[in-house]
Design a binder for this molecule. Sequence first.
Ligand SMILES: *[C@@H]1O[C@H](CO)[C@@H](O)[C@H](O)[C@H]1NC(C)=O
Ligand SMILES: [Ca+2]
Length: 359
Amino acid sequence: ERRMAAEGWIWLWGWGRRCPGRPGLPGPGPGPMTPLLLLLLLGPVAADITDGNSEHLKREHSLIKPYQGVGSSSMPLWDFQGSTILTSQYVRLTPDERSKGGSIWNHQPCFLKDWEMHVHFKVHGAGKKNLHGDGIALWYTRDRLVSGPVFGSKDNFHGLAIFLDTYPNDEATERVFPYISVMVNNGSLSYDHSKDGRWTELAGCTADFRNRDHDTFLAVRYSRGRLTVMTDLEDKNEWKNCIDITGVRLPTGYYFGASAGTGDLSDNHDIISMKLFQLMVEHTPEEENIDWTKIEPSVNFLKSPKDNVDDPTGNFRSGPLTGWRVFLLLLCALLGIIVCAVVGAVVFQKRQERNKRFY
Ligand SMILES: *[C@@H]1O[C@H](CO)[C@@H](O)[C@H](O)[C@H]1NC(C)=O
Ligand SMILES: [Ca+2]
């Protein structure tokens, strides 16, 4: 049957291609010494939750070429507004023109507790270095299709936002742009555009995704309070870690969407596809019993949001071994070697002196 064949194709090529030999998002890339160091010093690593056969593409939450059911009135899958235009090859949220804003939103709320979204996108334009903007926002929010100042969408939103910010509005920033950041909001917080959302950012990374000749991808995984963002921007078919935080609480029943905005500076902001996969994850009976639609979006940070903090609910025992932690461990090892060398040298010298005295 044709539909089955198409699904098989997506399975083998569209999605599998991004994750050869292994589904979903890998952990942060381990070096050759990492497993040993982990075993010796940090205890067992939390195992990957999913395996390849238990992930499923959810067509009702995915935006895939040809864009059937997009913007149609009879059986809408996705709705769009503002400057958004639909072509056979991409959904253009904004053209490379000033003061535009557009968005595209899934028509159905998502009731999956654990999911992974793969976004194929393209940001490109005529603007030279730092003369382009503003970027794309990916959303999982309570409200949909409301235009506003946050990358073309409304502020004081309820839910999750991932910002793909191409322009540093804050001239004093030390961050290198384009910059990807995440924000969780219960409606009380406002995104400060002039500071690139600095005060409300949970975590972020620099990502060179603009004006690339090849395809650019981003993946967002949300499962058991853990939020992971990965990028594939180097045409190497590899996910690269960008954000990995725990303690994130999001309800079910929100909407996926994408929006973009331009101001004095502009770019084409295109979405080629958004593919949502269900992650098959077991939950405890207590977790199953609560009404997930009533959860208030929040983040349980005990320390600085920048650190990877163990989830207080105990879902994740050990955080990933970040580059910084590896660096510290190596530094300790190096210090140990230096101390040994110094002690050895002193002992050797003492012995030489003693030898001199004896003879
Ligand atoms: C919303 O978030 C703010 C700040 O993060 C917090 O102070 C407030 O209590 C939250 N409101 C609700 C209803 O959870
Ligand atoms: Ca910005």
